[in-house]
Design a protein around this ligand. Structure first.
Ligand SMILES: Nc1ncnc2c1ncn2[C@@H]1O[C@H](COP(=O)(O)OP(=O)(O)OP(=O)(O)O)[C@@H](O)[C@H]1O
Ligand SMILES: [Mg+2]
Length: 360
């Protein structure tokens, strides 16, 4: 069982110095627009992932009028109390510690406190570029397989070196070719392993997504998913060979798992081209709930579920179904933001679960 009992937020985004205690498993967070509901969820996410869900640079997480921020989270995991502290002092590297022992690598923290966020802009996962879908796969796999995260870090580092080398190799001849060959060699092993792990992961993910999609949508339509990767049909070695001249021409790496994608189909057609708003939302929730299930299965306890503004996305009946599933069937800890306190309270009362409301 994973719980978050308390979080203390100092100078993070719009917060000055505030503590929140969460004695109940179901937490409603309400307040008007701009009050800090999303920021509170992000502070929780930060303590689980050593980074923000929303902003890619830490500078944006520091209160505009301050020099740094501090987050302290008290978790309870499988009966043990765990204290996570992050201190960011602006210019210097942030410090991240577990039970007062600082991490040397932040990546060691990933997966200890699993969490799933569902936020309004996540619809990009369906409609946006393949990068978001790779990040989705990587986020889940990194939490269940520490080796995966290490291989991914290595792969990305070598890929970066390879791309900067390609920029230096104007004519594609000379000594640098040997360096390119060495980098290719270094890319192959993590690349193959990441591909194999993604493939296994997708075979588990796909039936879960289909099952959740059916549950959420009333329609009989079928959604299908496929793992798209150059490595499905060819060996990584032969791909690197085949793409070499193109790589040299465009000065970028064109072969590898950084080109992977997930394809979505609705009744045999490209999903985003024909799906309605509601169908897109249903697929988004199906993906996230599948992520939740996979994490829960792997960890042996439910991850934290952070739901930002989901009431805006689903009609009442679907919302009740979703809440019933997360609150009653999972005994997980769930945080839900909404601008309307009454709407939240009413929904929780209907479910008959114990809950608390945090009013910002
Ligand atoms: N680094 C920062 N320093 C100070 N304030 C910030 C910082 N980053 C964001 N904010 C402020 O935080 C507020 C937004 O908070 P947040 O997104 O959590 O609101 P919300 O309660 O989720 O609102 P909504 O209901 O509109 O989603 C804005 O007023 C924004 O200007
Ligand atoms: Mg918000």
């Amino acid at each position: 069982m994973l719980r978050l009992n308390k979080i203390t937020i100092t100078h993070f985004k719009n917060y000055d110095f505030t503590s929140f205690e969460f004695p109940e498993n179901v937490v409603g967070i309400c307040g008007l627009n701009g009050k800090g509901k999303t920021n509170l969820l992000d502070a929780i996410y930060y303590c689980c992932f050593t980074k923000s869900y929303f902003s890619s640079t830490d500078q944006l997480n520091i209160n505009f009028e301050k020099e740094g921020f501090r987050l302290e989270a008290l978790f309870e995991r499988q009966g043990d109390l765990q204290k996570v502290i992050c201190i960011h002092r602006g210019a210097v590297k942030k410090e991240f510690s577990l039970n007062d022992i600082p991490y040397e690598k932040y990546s060691k923290h990933i997966g200890l406190f699993p969490a799933v966020m569902i936020a309004p802009d996540d619809i990009e996962l369906i409609t946006g570029s393949s990068e978001g879908r790779r990040r989705f796969v990587d986020t889940v796999l990194s939490q269940v397989d520490a080796g995966y995260l290490q291989e991914l870090i290595t792969y990305n580092k070598v890929l970066q070196q390879r791309n900067s080398l390609l920029k230096k190799m104007e004519d594609g001849k000379g000594d640098l070719i040997t360096v390119l060959e060495i980098l290719d060699e270094q890319l192959i092993s993590p690349g193959k392993s990441l591909h194999a792990k993604r493939k296994v992961f997708l075979t588990k993910l796909i039936p879960l997504v289909q099952q959740f999609y059916k549950q959420i949508s009333n329609n009989a339509e079928t959604v299908s998913l496929e793992y798209i990767s150059q490595l499905n049909a060819y060996s990584f070695e032969s791909l690197l060979q085949a793409y070499r001249s193109k790589d040299l021409l465009v000065q970028r790496s064109n072969a590898g798992i950084h080109k992977d994608d997930i394809g979505f189909l609705l009744n045999g057609q490209v999903f985003k081209n024909i799906a309605s708003q509601g169908q897109r939302k249903s697929l988004l929730f199906a993906l996230k709930l599948a992520e939740f299930e996979i994490l829960k299965f792997n960890k042996g306890f439910a991850p934290l579920l952070l739901l930002d503004d989901v009431f805006e996305k689903l009609d009442d009946r679907r919302m009740q179904q979703l809440l019933h599933w997360v609150c009653n069937e999972n005994q997980g800890k769930v945080f839900i933001t909404d601008t309307h306190r009454e709407r939240l309270e009413e929904a929780f009362e209907k479910l008959g679960v114990a809950f608390q409301i945090v009013e910002l």
